[in-house]
Design a protein around this ligand. Sequence first.
Ligand code: PSV
Ligand code: MN
Length: 388
Amino acid sequence: MPAPDLSAVTAALTSQRIETPSWAYGNSGTRFKVFAQPGVPRTPEEKLDDAARVHEHTGVAPVVALHIPWDRVPDYAALAAHARDVGVRVGTINANVFQDDDYKLGSVTHPEPAVRRKALDHLLECVDIMDATGSRDLKLWFADGTNYPGQDDLRSRQDRLAEALSAVYARLGPEQRMLLEYKLFEPAFYATDVPDWGTAYAHCLKLGPRARVVVDTGHHAPGTNIEFIVATLLREGRLGGFDFNSRFYADDDLMAGAADPFQLFRLMYEVVRGGGFGPQTAFMLDQCHNIEPKIPAIIRSVMNVQEATAKALLVDPAALAAAQTSGDVLGANAVLMDAYNTDVRPLLATVREGLGIDPDPMAAYARSGWAERITAERADGQQAGWGA
Ligand code: PSV
Ligand code: MN
């Protein structure tokens, strides 16, 4: 069987785009403690400055997702211009309807119309921001749900959700998309209003083709076969993108590819297999760096996604199909494992050389002096963090 065409693999890896989240550059923690780190950005502009370093050293991370109101500024066009000035661009706009006292019983699914209206207004404001920043994607995650059986009517909450989503969808421009994210639990513990891909998909299907599902890798029950979900959504044309991160227990938000690089490979294989490798899929990180230095952790995460992608691209489709159709169980498994077990670091070093950057992004960042510089320059002021 012919080996995969290495020049095509190299070209694909060179064209890959990974979006980093603004909030990963700020302070974060658990409900027990947020440990501040030296040099953490104090403004959305400084988060973009840090993101630009990740792009400088990886060559594949030129897009930065914002979270509103964490990244609230008076002038979003000016923020987008700042991004361009430092070599990145503003990407997905994340709405936040989960941090206000009014949302104790929900946001767009709240029993009171006034609270629902307030939440909807925020979602619509996020579309205005997309217009100013030139963003394509609006990402919606709802903390909405109930803690006790009988607390609210499950069906009515779905009706309220559908009403809000359709108002937002109607407001989108022709090139803009809505990405609906699901999460099994937390902060609601009895019933979450968008708990799984099926619920998200059902809403997207009713809305229209520019409503798509986001797969956050930390949002499933343990043992869930996430690649099956990816394959199914791609087959239906409804995969919008990923929030990559790693988990051991719940929504741990650890570095992508750290806990289970094999799972990341399996996901990327289904992306490649299903024709989802391209700009139509938003490859985002959604993670927090509570104890490790943030910029190097994000660089490492980007590299982990690249390694999983390279291995997925190295799967030999003809050999796999031949083994599958002849019922060669072990042979088919071996084709996947051969790709997974390939050391792709030399290949990625070549990709980086082709991009004109150092083949070792971690070492290049450490040498760059950026960490020392921001530690000195950002000694004063209020560091950004959750809620900032
Ligand atoms: C919710 O847990 C989530 O995954 C959503 O994407 C939020 O926007 C993000 O985390 C905030 O960190
Ligand atoms: Mn997420």
